[in-house]
Design a protein around this ligand. Structure first.
Ligand code: F6R
Length: 610
């Protein structure tokens, strides 16, 4: 989603801003721009539709020099993808702003600005904010007071950074619903929507809280809460690696991230299992007492993270014997769910900033939950900061928009969570030891599945000209089929649906003909015989079956049956293993179709608007 970078320094800031934008590219965007106050006190801006590289080419022809500036990558909401709609927006050649989020009272504000005789140059909600701030500063308010007064009038989500041509010594910002961090350098300060944007210039960050306002200068910064009371926010030293945004020799970030899975899964397990048991307090010191009280689980997430939750439901109910409800956040937040006594509310998120998941957490705070917990990949994220308990997946920075390593580490973490609950709900020491052994074997098993990458790349060639695909699975492989379909559709743009195999004859079988590839995740479990019957239904209608089966499944290839045997045996963790070939399949289909694998059209990495 949109990205913000701002800088006040004693040197030219154009290259800092440009590198920041480059580092925010993974969030997904469709235009980019930069505005800098020149030495002669003019606001100069350059904006381009398309990638940051287009902006960088334009800046080569038309350099922007100066010590104070703002830059932005825009993911269109109000108004199409045009240069006029790209940020920064400027009011009266004096105020320049960049905005992430969506303003819901846009129409009322637009009418007010038009009635004041101001000619709008874009169709965006963001330009209105620039004019509202201008109105305040031109009637004598300081830039920070103008921002505070304007923010109070905005309904919706925003992170804003604002610059005044008449006082380039200061940049101001505020946030509500969208993240904003302050980067602290030596004799220079920065604003960004994501700490990763600023890693080449600083490792020290202050994360603004909801409603906070900030003023940054070369020699310092001040933070205020929404009532303009000065506040102190904790300083964080980032452990993120500035090189994490390199492709490391791979053609795409997604491929690099698929290959990192053995290591990051091992990392997620590190220090959390010892000998043949789970480390008792690996969910935090309070978790032991809390988990003993838990009688039900509600898991809320979006997209891929939701699929991770769906896998966990099978485990939590079967292994811990606790009722587990899993729901997408955008639905949960607008209904009135019944909350059984002693229910633990759990969010799952790679970014920790997904707007719907965050709002669901805040809704949960108004309901009668025992406690809230998040399973998340970004240490300083809003979900981590606002949840009672936090468990970190350790996937490292995920750049590819299509989530891969974040998913497998989430599902790994969810097995640890299941075990942590089950310890208080009847799991025997022997069962715990078996699960620990399976977890220990997991990184090696993922590694061996990655060995058959070329076989999967060959299978992917069959899909290049397809427009539809059907994914099937049963039990814990059903959410994996959903995840496989999501991966394929988001990066290759092939329409893909997933069904529980037993549901086939209740409708989707009508789609099956000899053009439709049907992808099946088959793990040798007690459901295999049932799955095989479902596959016969597909075969009888001429459907082409692509079956990913583990070694124990004992299936045979034939005319219509393409069998890809995974070099692993069945285990409780099979859903994690079954994910890997589907990621590779989606990747190679997308490469063959020539799509933008890492930044698929219309999508954003961190979905910070509703
Ligand atoms: C798909 C994908 C998305 C995210 C979803 C939630 O590959 O990445 O579906 O899973 O937008 O994002 P997080 O996990 O950051 O809350």
């Amino acid at each position: 989603m949109c990205g913000i970078v701002g800088a006040v320094a004693q040197r030219d800031v154009d290259l800092i801003l440009l590198e920041g934008l480059r580092r925010l590219e993974y969030r997904g965007y469709d235009s980019a721009g930069m505005c800098i106050v020149s030495e002669s006190g003019a606001l100069n801006k350059v904006r381009r539709v398309g990638k940051v590289i287009e902006l960088s080419k334009a800046l080569a022809d038309q350099p922007l020099r100066g010590h104070t500036g703002l830059a932005h990558t825009r993911w269109a909401t109000h108004g199409g993808v045009t240069e006029d709609n790209a940020h920064p927006h400027v009011s009266h050649q004096r105020i320049s702003i960049v905005h992430n989020g969506i303003i819901e009272n846009f129409e009322a504000l637009r009418q007010e600005i038009v009635a004041a005789g101001i000619e709008l140059r874009s169709q965006t909600d963001s330009e209105l904010i620039a004019h509202l701030i201008y109105q305040q500063v031109s009637s004598g308010h300081s830039l920070l007071d103008a921002l505070a007064a304007t923010a109070q009038r905005l309904h919706g989500a925003y992170a804003l950074a604002v610059m005044d041509r008449d006082d380039p010594s200061t940049l101001v910002g505020t946030r509500s619903g969208s993240p904003l961090v302050v980067g602290i350098g030596l004799g220079e300060h920065f604003l960004a929507s994501d700490a990763g944007a600023l890693l080449p210039v600083t490792r020290q960050f202050v994360y603004l809280e909801e409603g906070d306002l900030v003023a940054i200068r070369t020699d310092g910064f001040e933070v205020y809460d929404r009532s303009m009371i000065p506040v102190t926010r904790e300083l964080f030293e980032s452990s993120l690696n500035a090189d994490a945004v390199d492709k490391g020799g791979y053609r795409h970030y997604m491929l690099k991230e698929i290959h990192q899975q053995p290591d990051v899964v091992a990392e997620t397990l590190e220090g959390r299992i010892i000998d043949n048991h789970l480390v008792a307090d690996c969910f935090g010191p309070e978790s032991e007492a809390l988990f003993a009280k838990v009688e039900a689980i509600h898991i809320i997430a979006c997209g891929t993270s939701y699929h991770a939750g769906l896998v966990a439901r099978y485990w939590i109910e079967a292994i811990a014997g606790l009722p587990c409800h899993v729901e997408i956040a955008s639905e949960y937040r607008y209904r009135s769910p019944a909350v059984p006594d002693n229910t633990l509310f759990v969010t799952i998120s790679q970014s920790g900033e997904t707007a719907d998941t965050l709002s669901a957490l805040r809704e949960a705070g108004r309901r009668d939950y025992l406690a809230t917990m998040t399973i998340c990949n970004v240490p300083e994220s809003s979900l981590i900061r606002e949840s009672d308990l936090a468990f970190m997946t350790r996937a490292g920075v995920e750049i590819g928009v299509a989530s891969t390593k974040a998913f497998t580490t989430q599902v790994t973490a969810l097995m640890l969570f299941t075990m942590a609950l089950a310890r208080h709900h009847g799991m025997s020491a022997a069962q715990e030891a078996d699960l620990v052994a399976e977890l220990r074997a997991l990184p090696g098993q993922i590694r061996s599945i990655l060995q058959i990458e070329t076989d999967i790349a060959r299978v992917a060639e069959d899909f290049t000209g397809k427009e539809h695909a059907l994914f099937l699975g049963r039990g814990t492989e059903f959410p994996i089929a959903m995840e496989g379909a999501l991966k394929l559709k988001e990066i290759s743009y092939i329409h893909a649906e997933a069904y529980a195999a037993g549901e086939l004859k209740h409708g989707p079988l009508a789609l099956v003909d000899d053009h439709l590839p049907v992808i099946v995740s088959a793990s040798s479990s007690e459901l295999l015989a049932k799955l095989v019957s479902n596959l016969q239904e597909v075969r009888a209608r001429g459907g082409q079956l692509y079956i990913f089966a583990d070694q124990d499944a004992d299936l045979v290839a034939s005319d219509q049956v393409h069998l890809i045997t995974l070099p692993v045996n069945h285990s409780t963790l099979s859903p994690i293993l079954q994910t890997i070939p589907l990621q590779l399949l989606a990747y190679y289909v997308a490469v063959n179709r020539g799509t933008d694998v890492d930044q698929p059209r219309n999508l954003a990495k961190s979905v910070t608007v509703e």
